[in-house]
Each structure stands twice: as structure tokens, then as C-alpha cells.
Ligand binder design. Structure first.
Ligand SMILES: [Zn+2]
Length: 158
């Protein structure tokens, strides 16, 4: 076989030159893309960019706080409804002792439990407050004479 470029009789290789495949000697291979040996096997990356970011749809500036005096709130609301501790416990599916401890302030109900209590008693034990966002909030309210307490009220979601 002879080189299709220079006619030299030597070891040839298939080389892609401008779309055509030619048999070229070593000296001429530089003009094209040597086939077979190159890393032309570019693996089609099947790796889809996986968005593993599972961001909670809760802005960082909002935090929930257990209200002060939640134990009183619960107790008063319960008595208002004429419920016994055992009855309330049954409704929110906890042990009587849990209600006892909540009403004595020894146990802080988590949000889940607070939701149940809200359903049964209609008391809101958590309130949402803006914390990190305070600076922007302050700007928004500047001049309006709003106090932080007012801002908290505004931000509050019931
Ligand atoms: Zn050649």
C-alpha cells in the first residue's frame, strides 16, 4: 500500500482528512485525525445533572417559636372546651402524661403536636417570626414608626 498523500510505501494508517478517510504514512498522518487510536470515543454523557438540592420551601428568615405561656394556653383552652386531660390526650393521640407535662410546661410540644392541639383547642402555640431578615424588614418599615413587635405581628402567619 502506498500513502495516498505522498505516495510513500510504508506503514499506513487510516486518517480522516476533511471528511475523507485516507491511507497515510506516518509522515502524513499529522494532517488529519488518526482513526482508531484517538479518543474519538467520547462517551455521551448520560449523566443528567441531578438536582439533588431538596430545599425546603421555607425562607431562612422565618422561624417558628413556641409561644410563651403555651402551657397556660393549652390548659385554659382545654378547660374552656370542658375537656378532661384524658379526653384531650385521646383526641390528639398522646398519653395523658404528655398533656400533663405540656400543661405544666415541662414538655414543649413540637410543631406536629402543636398542630393537633390547634385543631382540637384552637390555640396557636407556634408563631412565625422574621429573624435573619430583620435588616430588610427594618428598612421596609422605616419611617412608619412600626416597632419590632408590630413587624412581628405583620409577619405572623396564622
Ligand atoms: Zn505520506
Amino acid at each position: 500500500m502506498k500513502c495516498e498523500m505522498c505516495g510513500n510505501d510504508s506503514k499506513l494508517r487510516k486518517v480522516k482528512v476533511e471528511g475523507a478517510v485516507l491511507n497515510l504514512c506516518k509522515g502524513c498522518q499529522g494532517t488529519g485525525e488518526v482513526m482508531g487510536t484517538s479518543k474519538s470515543k467520547k462517551r455521551k454523557s448520560s449523566s443528567k445533572k441531578r438536582r439533588s438540592k431538596k430545599k425546603k420551601r421555607k425562607p431562612r428568615s422565618q422561624q417558628k417559636f413556641l409561644v410563651k405561656g403555651f402551657e397556660k394556653k393549652v390548659k385554659e383552652a382545654r378547660e374552656d372546651k370542658g375537656l378532661k386531660i384524658g379526653e384531650l390526650a385521646e383526641k390528639i393521640k398522646v398519653k395523658e402524661s404528655v398533656v400533663h407535662r405540656i400543661e405544666s410546661g415541662k414538655l414543649k410540644p413540637d410543631e406536629k403536636l402543636a398542630r393537633k392541639l390547634k385543631k382540637v383547642l384552637g390555640v396557636e402555640l407556634y408563631r412565625e417570626e422574621s429573624v435573619v431578615d430583620y435588616e430588610t424588614t427594618k428598612k421596609d418599615f422605616s419611617g412608619s414608626g412600626a416597632t419590632i413587635g408590630d413587624i412581628a405581628k405583620v409577619k405572623r402567619k396564622d
